[in-house]
Design a protein around this ligand. Structure first.
Ligand code: FMN
Length: 263
C-alpha cells in the first residue's frame, strides 16, 4: 500500500485536539491543497473562512447543534458555497445586457449553479482534510452546519448566494492518540460492476448485520426492535433533520424566486 492509500485508510474523524496552534506553514499547505482542487469549469465557486477567534468558535459550536468540541479546535475552517463573486462580476461586466442582446437571456444563479457550488466546495474541503492528515492534523466534518444556516450566515456577514456548507474544526492529533477506525459496509454491497445490483432482502440483512451487532442494544425505554428502527429514531427521523430540511428550503428560497413559496 502506498503512502497516500495508507493515509486514507488511517484517517479518522478527530474530535479532540492537541492544545497547540496550527503552524502557519502547515496552514499554508492545507489551504493551498484546497485551492488546487478540481472545480467545474475552474470557476471555484467557494470561499473559505479561517476562524480562530475563541468567541466566534463558541458561537459556531452552539449553532452547529451544540457540538462543543468544535470550539476546542485551534482552527475552524468554514467552507462556503459561493456564487456571489461570479454573479457580481457578471453584473459588473454588463453580462445581463449582453445576454439579452444575444437572445440567450440572463438568469441569476439557479439550481444547477447551486449544485455546482456545493460540489466544488466539498471537493475543496476534502483536499484540505487530506492535506491536513498528511501533517498530523485531524479534522471532523460538521453536517449540522445546515441546521441553523441563517444564523451562521449572519455571524459571518454573508451576502446573497453564499451558503455556509461545511464547518471543519481541525487541530493536531493529541500525543498517544489511539486511532480507532469505524467499520464500513463491505465492498460487495457498495461497488457494482457495470450496472446497479439491486440487493435482495437477504443481502440487505447481510449488509447491515455488523451494524446490528455493533450498534443495536435494546433498552427498555425504547420500543425499537432492530438497528434500522433505533437509527431512524436517533438520526433520520430526528427533529434535527427536519430543521435541516427547513434550512435548505430557506437557502433555496433566498437563492431563486422560483422557490420563494418554500419559505
Ligand atoms: C457530511 C458529513 C457530516 C458529518 N457530520 C458530523 C457532525 O455533525 N458531528 C460529528 O461529530 N461528526 C460528523 N461527521 C463525521 C462522521 O460521523 C464520520 O465521518 C463517520 O462516522 C465515519 O467515521 P470516520 O470519519 O472516523 O471514518 C460527518 C461526516 C460527514 C462526511
Amino acid at each position: 500500500m502506498n503512502n497516500i492509500s495508507q493515509l486514507l485508510k488511517d484517517r479518522v474523524s478527530l474530535r479532540r485536539y492537541e492544545k497547540k496552534a496550527i503552524r502557519e506553514e502547515d496552514m499554508e499547505v492545507i489551504l493551498n491543497a484546497a485551492l488546487s482542487s478540481p472545480t467545474a469549469c475552474n470557476q471555484m465557486h467557494y470561499s473559505i473562512l479561517r476562524i480562530e477567534d475563541e468567541e466566534r468558535k463558541k458561537q459556531i459550536a452552539q449553532l452547529c447543534n451544540q457540538q462543543k468540541f468544535i470550539a476546542t479546535a485551534p482552527v475552524v475552517l468554514v467552507f462556503l458555497a459561493d456564487q456571489h463573486k461570479w454573479n457580481r462580476y457578471n453584473h459588473l461586466k454588463g453580462v445581463p445586457e449582453y445576454a439579452k442582446a444575444e437572445g440567450i437571456g440572463f438568469h441569476q444563479p439557479d439550481l444547477a449553479d447551486l449544485l455546482l457550488a456545493f460540489e466544488d466546495t466539498m471537493i475543496a474541503a476534502h483536499s484540505a482534510v487530506i492535506a491536513a492528515e498528511s501533517l498530523g492534523i485531524g479534522s471532523c466534518y460538521i453536517g449540522s452546519t445546515l441546521v441553523n444556516n441563517e444564523e451562521l450566515s449572519r455571524l459571518f456577514d454573508l451576502p446573497a448566494y453564499v451558503v455556509p456548507l461545511m464547518v471543519l474544526p481541525m487541530g493536531y492529533y493529541p500525543e498517544h492518540f489511539k486511532r480507532v477506525q469505524t467499520p464500513r459496509f463491505e465492498k460487495r454491497f457498495v461497488v457494482f460492476k457495470e450496472t446497479y445490483h439491486n440487493l435482495s432482502d437477504e443481502e440487505l440483512e447481510e449488509m447491515f448485520q455488523s451494524r446490528e451487532e455493533r450498534y443495536f442494544h435494546p433498552i427498555e425505554t425504547e420500543r425499537a426492535k432492530n438497528f434500522a428502527q433505533s437509527f431512524y429514531k436517533k438520526k433520520t427521523g430526528h427533529p434535527f433533520m427536519t430543521r435541516t430540511t427547513e434550512s435548505l428550503e430557506k437557502i433555496l428560497a433566498g437563492w431563486h424566486e422560483k422557490w420563494q413559496q418554500l419559505k
